[in-house]
Design a protein around this ligand. Structure first.
Ligand code: HSE
Length: 429
């Protein structure tokens, strides 16, 4: 074993960074044995140096992240500060100064992964980011390496723990969205500003990363159709239950049937209780991968939190250090298929639509005609009437999303339709 240590700079020492520090310290011997050389934490860049950080060596703390990545003797930079800047500048500076990078930064990789990969390649460095998608769950490496000989057709998953916790609460307790969000906040699952999670930005970034790797093409967060969970109501959940379904925020990346484009989307959807993703409870994540040769694979586990995310960071650190020692690099960006990303309108899916209508002769026929005019075939209709009004629940067969949304638009214009109470896609059948 080489005795000269590999030097590591850590950018950020919050929940994940302090766990990375703890594991690097307590498991130093095992890490050295697995890598083939000791790894030494050479500096930790933070914004607030006076904050108490138990177990973090005070002499390693600096507020000058740029000077740390420019030192020239750093082998690997671990970036766990998140956000676009200064993370992007620090990562590219690290490459310019000979370091490889391990990052947990989903927002940055989803926005600018291609440029970061190009910078890594230019400087003969590695860029690894297993921790950017679904915390501890191995997904990036299985897709990039284990399934490199297969053809992935679909990635379908729950990749945001906060929203899964909220939807699970609504499902089990009958609570409304606000009440469930309050509970998630009180228990520390939701942040003070939950926008990134509840509006689907976090899941969309992860979907972009997964789609790009799975289909060997470039997908950025701007290519991902995104809808959050803020408009999911207790009535939607009750309606799902009546259909033998539950509601989940899904990230769905698919190769189009003709094979010449891909789609990536994040939105709430009803899935049958018999689907394995329906049993993913609380803040857990799970991702289903469907490929030609392997068939269906499911990856399940904790998608967030200091320790699980640190596990993914440390796995990447070991891989990157091994590459350094053998003077090689791991797999870079694979975007050779250059498949375009189709708009949401071209996605083929099913809708569950709940309408409040007048209960009089001809209304059902009128509603059915709107579906027919837009080429959308109805699968089931359920009507419940009361005092001259009725609630009508229509579930469609598969149709292009654009046809489904123009159907809903036309339904809203009917005098006999008092309101569209809920619209939700149905997936996983
Ligand atoms: N906030 C994310 C979640 C974890 O709730 O799953 C980090 O991506």
């Amino acid at each position: 074993m080489r005795t000269r240590p590999l030097k590591v700079a850590l950018l950020g020492c919050g929940v994940v960074g302090s766990e990375v520090t703890r594991i690097m310290t307590t498991h130093a011997d095992d890490l050295a044995a697995r890598i083939g050389a000791p790894v030494e934490l050479a500096g930790i860049a933070v914004r607030r140096p006076d904050k108490v950080r138990e177990g973090v060596p005070a002499e390693l703390i600096t507020t000058d992240a740029t000077a740390l990545v420019k030192r020239g003797d750093i082998d690997v930079v671990i970036e766990v500060i998140g956000g676009i800047e200064p993370a992007r500048k620090l990562i590219t500076t690290a490459f310019e100064h000979g370091a490889s990078v391990v990052s947990a930064n989903k927002a940055l990789v989803a926005a600018d992964g291609a440029a970061l990969h190009a910078a890594a390649e230019e400087h003969g460095a590695d860029l690894y980011y297993e921790a950017a998608v679904a915390g501890a769950i191995p997904l990036v490496r299985p897709l990039r390496e284990s399934l490199a000989g297969d053809k992935v057709n679909r990635v379908l998953g729950i990749v945001n723990g906060t929203t899964n916790f909220i939807l699970d609460k609504m499902d089990t307790s009958g609570a409304g969205y606000s009440e469930a969000l309050d509970e998630a906040t009180a228990l520390g699952y939701a942040e003070a500003d939950p926008t990134a999670d509840v509006e689907g930005f976090d899941a969309a970034a992860k979907a972009a990363i997964l789609a790009g790797i799975a289909f060997h093409t470039r997908v950025t967060i701007d290519d991902v159709h995104r809808e959050g969970i803020t408009e999911v109501t207790a009535a939607d959940i009750a309606s799902a239950k009546r259909m033998g379904c539950t509601v989940k925020l899904l990230a769905i990346c698919e190769r189009a049937a003709h094979g010449e484009s891909v789609t990536a989307r994040v939105h709430p959807a009803m899935i049958p209780l018999t689907h394995p993703l329906a049993s993913v409870r609380e803040a857990y994540n799970a991702v289903f991968v469907e490929s030609d040769a392997a068939g269906q694979l499911m990856f399940y586990g904790p998608g967030a939190g200091g320790s699980p995310t640190a596990s993914a960071v440390l796995g990447d650190l070991v891989a990157v250090c091994r590459n350094k020692l053998s003077e090689a690099t791991g797999p870079g960006e694979s975007a050779y298929t250059q498949l375009p990303v189709s708009p949401m309108g071209e996605v083929v899916t099913r809708y569950h639509i709940s309408l409040d209508v007048a209960d009089k002769p001809g209304v059902l026929a009128q509603v059915a005609m709107v579906f027919a005019e837009h080429g959308v075939s109805i699968d089931t209709v359920r009507q419940q009437g009361k005092d001259g009004e009725a609630s009508l629940v229509v579930v469609t067969h598969r149709a292009a999303d654009a046809a489904l949304s123009s159907t809903v638009e036309a339904l809203r214009k009917l005098d006999t339709v008092r309101g569209v109470a809920s619209i939700m896609r149905v997936e996983g059948e």
